[in-house]
Design a protein around this ligand. Structure first.
Ligand code: GTP
Ligand code: MG
Length: 194
């Protein structure tokens, strides 16, 4: 069944973010493909604004799906184009949002499948583990490298995760260009938000 998606609004005040439905939030480094992922999964070309320049999404953008649950596009972390102070305030904001989202069903953490494991991602994922946040890691933009490279980099990533995790979190792959992985993730989201 196609999803009926409705843009609900953009929030910067954590006191007024909607908490009345199950929620799946999308987080990850700036420019990793979060907004594109939302567009692909919702089968909407221009639902969430994307950009080749990092730092596009700066608010919590709520999309209501079938009146059943929310998908939330989050600002990216680690955007190099801003001051350290601003970067810190973004990460405080995102972390507070995650810790206080009582209806958070799952946090999708997007990581670029084409590059070596990034310290920032590993740190953030370790933080989620400490706080017992339910996570699902997605390796994005898998259309950009040969499968052999994608496999190798994922193995490397898993090795790094093993420093913090006895049992690895769920890791799947996605491309907003070829749509690989989209159907499985839609089904997974539907299952968790029922
Ligand atoms: P911020 O909001 O700035 O944090 O970025 P974001 O994570 O929302 O990334 P966005 O979806 O805006 O995409 C960033 C860039 O990556 C854009 O130029 C997209 O076209 C490109 N991109 C996103 N997903 C894919 C993908 O699966 N494959 C390829 N090849 N490019 C992608
Ligand atoms: Mg974005």
């Amino acid at each position: 069944m196609p999803w009926k998606v409705n843009y609900l609004g953009s929030f910067v005040d954590l006191n007024v973010t909607p908490q009345d439905k199950p929620l799946v939030a999308i987080v990850g480094r700036s420019n990793v493909g979060k907004s594109s992922f939302i567009n692909t999964i919702c089968e909407f070309k221009e639902l969430a604004r994307t950009s080749s320049k990092p730092g596009k999404t700066q608010t919590l953008n709520y999309y209501e799906v079938n009146r059943d649950f929310y998908l939330v596009d989050m600002p990216g972390y680690g955007y190099a184009g801003v001051s350290k102070v601003l970067r810190q305030s973004w990460s405080d904001f995102s972390q507070n949002f995650i810790l206080n989202a009582t209806q958070l069903t799952c946090l999708f953490i997007l990581t670029d499948a084409n590059i070596e494991p990034q310290e920032l991602d590993l740190k953030f994922i370790a933080w989620c583990g400490e706080k017992e946040i339910p996570i699902h890691i997605i390796r994005t933009k898998i259309d950009r490298s040969k499968p052999i490279i994608i496999n190798k980099l994922e193995e490397l990533f898993k090795l790094k995760l093993q420093d913090h995790w006895e049992e690895l979190p769920v890791i799947t792959r996605h491309s907003s260009v070829t749509k690989e992985g989209t159907l499985e993730l839609r089904l997974a989201i539907e299952r968790m938000c029922k």
